[in-house]
Design a protein around this ligand. Sequence first.
Ligand code: BG6
Ligand code: MG
Length: 218
Amino acid sequence: MRRKLKAVIFDLDGVITDTSEYHYRAWKRLADEEGIPFTRDDNDKLRGVSRGECLKILLKEKQVSDEKFQEIMNRKNEYYVELLGQMTSKNILSGAKELVLGLKRRGIKTAIASVSKNTRTVLQGTGIEDLFDVIVDGYSVKNTKPAPDIFLFAAKELGVKPEDCAVVEDAEAGIDAALAGNMLPIGIGPEERAGKARYRFEKTGDITLTKLLEIINF
Ligand code: BG6
Ligand code: MG
């Protein structure tokens, strides 16, 4: 029989908060200014990917100087942070907080593992900074998703073995990272994006506590 898992690690943008929409709007504003075509499908490839890697994907073969690259990255972040200024607890995705509280009540550890350098700002703005046992972000590790490093670091901070962790992710890069880290991936989103996960839900609100406990065999 499969053993009980001890911890659930959550991605932030697009899993706990709806801030993936703000990432999209910030990139869209920037892409329009730079004359780069950019659709919501293009944006899906940027989910879970660090800011610099996102820009490389966006620029494709287009060559820019290091200064320009840095300037564009900063501008994207300015637009994103501007949008974060309007944030409240309404930006928490439906069902997310209840799910984490339910896990905690049963003694299951929880963490946030996001490659975003704005993780703390998002958690503070939505008022859930104290909800998780551990928070790891874009400053915690060098190699970002799809490398497993951020999830392995979260597991270490939680004091739990990687194989005792489940990961909830909306990004293909994040699901790949969880698999590479020998963790159980639970995907959020359509088959094209989250299909590689062991379990998949259309949205966070579809994962009930009962279902999640069943998945982690608790
Ligand atoms: C991830 C998002 O959580 O954070 C990506 O899914 C984003 O879209 C990445 O690029 C980095 O975020 P930030 O806030 O450091 O630019
Ligand atoms: Mg995400």
